[in-house]
Ligand binder design. Structure first.
Ligand SMILES: *Cc1c(COP(=O)(O)O)cnc(C)c1O
Length: 485
């Protein structure tokens, strides 16, 4: 057998003995440990978990160095622990809710924007049965699904028309493919962005069939640079918001209005990829420099592109607003079918956009906006409540309230933090990484920051009902256990 040490290995009989002692799948299914799980879970899941544990254990017995071969009692305890772990794993969903105590509001790894309550309700209402996805109920005729949110998007941005695709990367790709396949698209060198590895503007451009024509330098691009590059091959002018970085110091970029005037003179469409898609001006909350969709439309961009799940605070989507003639062409492009959104997305997006019809309501009910706009006194009170709960937890060496910086994240406003309040803790007998790992793998799962030897809980990305849950999770994580990770 592979992994088995041959010839003169004195441990061989011991390995064979341990293998013989391993129970069969059937024996384990009848055991007191596994049987209860058969009542809760499909047999197939349980059998799979048991088989995997037995296979793993068999391999371990064959490969373990002689000095690590276990006693019979240890073998039983090992099996029990492994079965417990494997059954717990198949007993829960892979995609699970987590508590975000990281202080990063639009955390891409944690699903970016949490949805507003009405958006969730609308998904449930619409998707549990049939819905009016592509049927106009007044006339009975077949329509386009994107018509569901078109009027709302026009109203909120001032655009002539609008459409929706799967995400902003898809919005960029289909827009370039429609406007400029086989032609050149002029972009400033300072705006050739990469968002999280897989979205690189030059690569999206290549996939669209358009040719990238870079102008200017990394830190300075002038109107004359764009103008000098315009020729018979030019298909569009593209401006891209440098979402996740800022070029500071000796810099110059061309304002959208000037680019629009240039485009008009040469009869070329101007596209503005604004990234995070703020529908409200968030500068009153200290977030400056994030373009607002309606401002870009007013400045005359022919098409404005943005994400649905960044600052807009809705479902993952790519939103395109602008000139009716271009939107119609985009919707007729073959990629429109490949990139189309489903009814769940449209249900969530329609409900989220309706909240924006009343700005104050949007700030209260769109979770991402609430977290960003919440006054720091409210955040501080929440942190203090968490500190009080944690103050009573055995096993913590100290617990301390601290002022700190939270971030919008999701590739928005990289250089500006949000004033926030955190609770920093250190455990008596567990390093900070260990505590963070236990919190992450617990139920509920809690994600916190680890820094300066502490685990840090940021109250800006928590809601009031999560405070006690976090404290409970810490208490649980600090209880002594046999199978400590
Ligand atoms: C985030 C971002 C994208 C990609 O958007 P997704 O919705 O994540 O596909 C594209 N362009 C800019 C400027 C962005 O900030």
């Amino acid at each position: 057998m592979r992994g088995c040490q041959k010839g003169g290995d004195v441990s061989e009989p011991r390995r064979q003995e341990l293998l013989r002692r391993l129970p069969s799948v059937d024996e384990l299914l009848r055991s007191g440990l596994v049987r209860p799980w058969l009542e809760r879970l499909p047999r197939r899941l349980v059998v799979g978990a048991v088989r995997r544990v037995l296979d793993r254990t068999r391999r371990t017995i064959l490969r373990a160095p002689e000095s690590e071969l276990v006693s019979d009692g240890e073998l039983d305890a090992h099996l029990e622990r492994e079965l417990e772990r494997a059954l717990r794993e198949v007993g829960s969903y892979r995609l699970r809710p987590v508590i975000n105590a990281t202080g990063v509001v639009l955390h891409t790894g944690l699903g970016r924007a949490p949805l507003a309550r009405v958006a969730l309700q609308n998904i449930g209402r619409v998707a549990s049965g049939y819905c009016s996805l592509e049927v106009d109920l007044d006339t009975g005729s077949r329509g386009r699904r994107t018509g569901i949110v078109r009027d709302l998007l026009c109203e909120l941005t001032g655009a002539e028309s609008a459409t929706v695709v799967n995400n902003n990367a898809a919005a960029t790709l289909i827009t370039l493919a429609t406007l400029a396949a086989g032609k050149e698209v002029i972009v400033s060198r300072g705006e050739l962005i990469e968002i999280g590895g897989s979205f690189r503007l030059p690569e999206i451009m290549a996939a669209s069939g358009a040719r990238l024509r870079e102008v200017g330098t990394t830190n300075k691009t002038r109107l004359a640079d764009y103008e000098g590059a315009i020729g018979p091959e030019t298909g569009a002018l593209l401006k891209v918001h440098t979402s996740n970085y800022r070029i500071l110091g000796f810099t110059e970029a061309v304002p959208l209005e000037q680019l629009v005037r240039l485009g008009r003179r040469h009869n070329l469409p101007v596209v503005d990829d604004i990234g995070s898609g703020a529908l409200l001006d968030l500068s009153r909350f200290g977030l400056t420099g994030e373009p607002v969709a309606s401002h870009s439309v007013r400045s005359g961009a022919d098409l404005v592109l943005f994400s649905g799940d960044k600052l807009l605070g809705g479902p993952q989507a790519g939103i395109i607003v602008g000139r009716k003639a271009w939107i119609e062409k985009i919707e007729r492009h073959p990629l429109a079918r490949a990139f189309r959104v489903g009814k769940l997305t449209l249900a969530a997006l329609e409900a989220t956009l309706r909240l924006y019809m009343d700005e104050e309501q949007a700030l209260r009910e769109v979770p991402a906006l609430r977290m960003i706009s919440e006054p720091d006194t409210v955040v501080r009170a929440r942190a203090e409540r968490l500190r009080r709960f944690l103050g009573g937890v055995d096993g913590l060496e100290w617990v301390e309230l601290a002022q700190d910086t939270a971030y919008v994240g999701g590739g928005a406003v990289p250089a500006q933090g949000l004033l926030t309040w955190t609770v920093r803790v250190r455990a008596k007998s567990l390093p900070e990484d260990g505590l963070a790992a236990r919190l992450r793998t617990g139920d509920p799962s809690v994600l916190a920051r680890v820094q300066d030897g502490c685990v840090i809980f940021d109250a800006r990305t928590l809601n009031d009902s999560e405070v006690e849950l976090v404290a409970e999770a810490v208490k649980l994580a600090l209880q002594p256990r046999a199978d400590a990770p």
